[in-house]
Design a protein around this ligand. Structure first.
Ligand SMILES: Cc1cc2nc3c(=O)[nH]c(=O)nc-3n(C[C@H](O)[C@H](O)[C@H](O)COP(=O)(O)O)c2cc1C
Length: 141
């Protein structure tokens, strides 16, 4: 899946768009089955939380392609994060895109950034986020 039907983003841009370059995160995401692209921005005006979004790649071999994305903006209290970060887990996508420019349309706020006592609970929550996003865009497969 690379194309997204434009009719599938009813409330697109409710929170605006964020553009940034993909930089290296802590690489925990790939170990828990949800690799993320960390962006080099953390907009102070964007409330912390988990969002459904649509990512468009603006550089690299996949330039112009769009993907559904689960966006986390916050301190990641479960893994002891100190500073605020914006990270995206792209659905159905696993290429290396370090250094690429990405634009994220924030479509819907899903939930706050939560402290989980166990990593397993965080993984289960992310899995639910991804399911919610597929449902939101009616792309459950
Ligand atoms: C959809 C999604 C939801 C997330 N929700 C939370 C959360 O509620 N609490 C939290 O501490 N971290 C949350 N995170 C951030 C993860 O802790 C983070 O992605 C993970 O530690 C991997 O980061 P890294 O690959 O930069 O190491 C979420 C990440 C994603 C992609």
């Amino acid at each position: 899946m690379t194309g997204i039907d434009s009719t599938c983003s009813p409330e697109a841009a409710e929170f605006g768009t964020v553009t940034g370059k993909v930089v290296h995160g802590d690489k925990i995401g790939r170990n828990i089955g949800f690799p993320t692209a960390t962006l080099d921005v953390s907009p102070t005006a964007l409330p912390h939380g988990i969002y459904a979004g649509i990512a468009t790649l603006h550089s690299g071999p996949r330039t112009g392609q769009r993907f559904l994305t689960a966006v986390s903006h916050g301190r990641r209290p479960t893994v002891g994060g100190q500073e605020s970060r914006l990270e995206c887990h792209f659905l159905d996508f696993s290429d290396d895109i370090y250094g690429c420019e990405v634009e994220i349309e924030l479509v819907k706020f899903l939930r706050p950034d939560i402290h989980f006592d166990h990593l397993d609970d965080l993984v289960a929550a992310i899995r639910r986020d991804v399911d919610d996003i597929r449902q939101l865009f009616s792309m459950t497969r």
